[in-house]
Design a binder for this molecule. Structure first.
Ligand SMILES: [Fe+2]
Length: 284
């Protein structure tokens, strides 16, 4: 296999170098990227040169299905989602831009699409233009948190059912400017607090700032528990913080990691990254 693997921290993340994403990449080498992402939680492939079509074709060649949602009213429909703070011409967007304001809540620890069906398995981000400082993406492996947890607490969490809501995480960041279409499309989705990651057989938490309620707990107790778990899960030993370079393709497995965006000076620096997500039709 052409990939050289280098661990990014003792326990989270791996860098894969030595090959280019493109039509010449073998099926086995594509699978190796997928497997490394699941094993290490996140994989960084630096020095790639990818168009949106290249990103889509690579995602579509992996073992899961590509998520293709209809864009919300007023949002441009694309196969690969532009994320960042620039318009189609590369101009920096005003701070009150609707998509930008809504996406600020990505600075909270979360798991992609737990508030929707299907949830995401693998997510990918490609760095086209990245700020010279700030704007890291951080990954926390919740398998490590689970594996270090006392048995009594594991037993308590094992039977918990949590409701995940897009509106809830956005409200925690002060955003509530929703269209009726969005409110209708995103009712809360219930998920267990823990789940086995099938490929590795390890247990991870489906823990995210999207959790708005936990069955059997008062609202205050549920939110306090989520905050406490996130605090304890995200100790430095369980986290990899990725500092972006242009040409980085970063993948993570939402079945075992939470992630969050870190701030950068959005009034000064441009950021244009492209996102795509996969899902597993057998486990939505
Ligand atoms: Fe995300």
């Amino acid at each position: 296999m052409p990939w050289n693997e280098r661990k990014l921290t003792d326990r989270v993340g791996v860098e894969l170098t030595g090959a280019r994403i493109g039509p010449g990449l073998s099926k086995a080498d594509r699978q190796a990227v997928y497997n490394a992402t699941s094993t290490y939680g996140a994989a960084v492939l630096p020095g790639q040169d990818l168009s949106d079509d290249d990103i889509f074709d690579f995602a579509a060649s992996l073992e899961d299905e590509v998520v293709e949602d209809k864009a919300l009213e007023g949002v441009r429909q694309t196969r690969v989602m532009p994320l960042g703070n620039v318009d189609v011409d590369g101009n920096i967007l005003p701070a009150d831009d609707w998509v930008l304001a809504q996406n600020l809540a990505n600075e909270l620890w979360h798991v992609d699409r737990t508030f929707m069906i299907p949830r995401a398995t693998i997510s990918m981000l490609y760095g086209k233009t990245v700020p010279p400082e700030g704007g890291n993406t951080e990954f926390c492996d919740t398998r490590l948190f689970w594996e270090a947890m006392p048995e009594q607490e594991r037993a308590r969490l094992s039977s918990m059912k949590c409701s995940h809501s897009l509106m809830h995480s956005r409200a925690r960041y002060g955003f509530d400017n929703w269209t009726q279409e969005a409110l209708d499309r995103f009712p809360p989705v219930e998920r267990p607090m823990i789940a086995e990651q099938k490929r590795t057989g390890r247990i991870a938490l489906i823990l995210a700032s999207h959790i708005c309620a936990i069955e059997g707990l008062s609202n205050d107790d549920a939110l306090a528990l989520v905050d406490d778990l996130i605090d304890r899960a995200t100790v430095p030993a369980n986290v990899y913080s990725h500092q972006w370079r242009e040409g980085d393709l970063v993948l993570w497995d939402n079945r075992c990691v939470m992630h969050r965006a870190r701030p950068f000076d959005m009034a000064v620096h441009a950021r244009d990254v492209r996102a795509i997500r996969l899902y597993d039709p057998a486990n939505i």
